[in-house]
Design a protein around this ligand. Sequence first.
Ligand SMILES: [Zn+2]
Length: 425
Amino acid sequence: MAYRTSNTNLVVQIVHLRLNEQPMQHCHKLRLEAGRCWTDMLHAHIASRDGAWLSEGELKTHFKGVYALHSQTVQALAEKLIANVDAAHGLRKSDPDARYPHHDKQYMTVVWKALGIHHNGCTISLSNGRGNEPLTLTLPVRYCDSDISKVELTWRADHYELCLTIDTGESNPPLDRKVKAAGVDLGQINIAACVTDEGVGINITGRYLRSIKQLRNKRHAAFTARIAKCTDGSKHKAKLLKSKAKASAKFYRQSRDILHKAAKMLVGFAVGEQVAHLAVGDVKDIQDGVALGHKSNQKISQWAHGQYVKYVSEKARRHGISVDYIAEDYSTRTCSVCKMVKNHAPKGRVYTCSGCGAILSRDGNGGANICSRYLVGEYGHVQVASIKYLRPVAVVPRKKATLPVLQPDAPAFRRWVLHSMLRLA
Ligand SMILES: [Zn+2]
């Protein structure tokens, strides 16, 4: 089966499904069936690991027509399994403990490709193979005329989501590349700082994202404490578990939204500055072998840098901008002006160099160093000339209570004082 290749832009849109009992059951059955198919494929693959490992083609032929799923759905599962095996194979080169896929899955995401998708106005019919009822859903009006090339059905804590891959039919004109590269420093307080080789920088703040995470952890802890007091199998416990899942799904959606907006901001900046390459400081190994205490560990484990870089890469690719990871050790400690290395990470958001006296933005300094390392192989060849601070989400300032500006003896002021006293009483 050859998949269509296109030079036009593909975008993924997520649809929150609100379903009645019957379609809900249907979705549930399909995800169970996909889980069964995955587990069977996995077991066949595990059995073959003694001799010649099963290939993607062999898996596809062997499991064809066995499940109540569209043939391309089964093929997509085989592709996913082999992709996971390949990824584990790559990881094992540096980490011999990395394991090949071995977990049974009760549920799996169901994927439909072009042949299984029938799109008629706002109704989408997803085929599940001959003799099986197709899954019919109604799409929001904005997707009625879209060219949908792939559909994925996933479960998100308390509802189903449909991920639609849509071919926009648009292609981007080749950009005139003035600037070669920009360095991206990922952070927890600031989502990303990006500095081009000409010294133009932006800093995308993540304080709002952090406040959302803190609230999430607080709510989670409160739910966990209440759930711990419940008797197993009680109605109250089930209710609390559902509320917890619902809250966590909401927090996930909020943080995903912020990360998407922050990624759009970064790519928008790169396009505006005509950047051809984005070099991202690699923070993947930051947690390895370090015990930082449970608070820092929680912060780091909830730092969704991988998800953010994924969004950035997807958006950058649409503009022909490449994204690479490069090593970033000591990038925050090194002065981008005189290359002096501090003994410790700078405290706060300002980098003050004791060698040359430079006062720099901590994240801008890191971004400039990463850009320099990407271009020249060492720090200190790119300096920040200007830096702009951006927020991924506009925070609407709360209205301040307005006091009447009046002379104390004015009747309106007396009325206001009387009123406030009555309210307090
Ligand atoms: Zn310095």
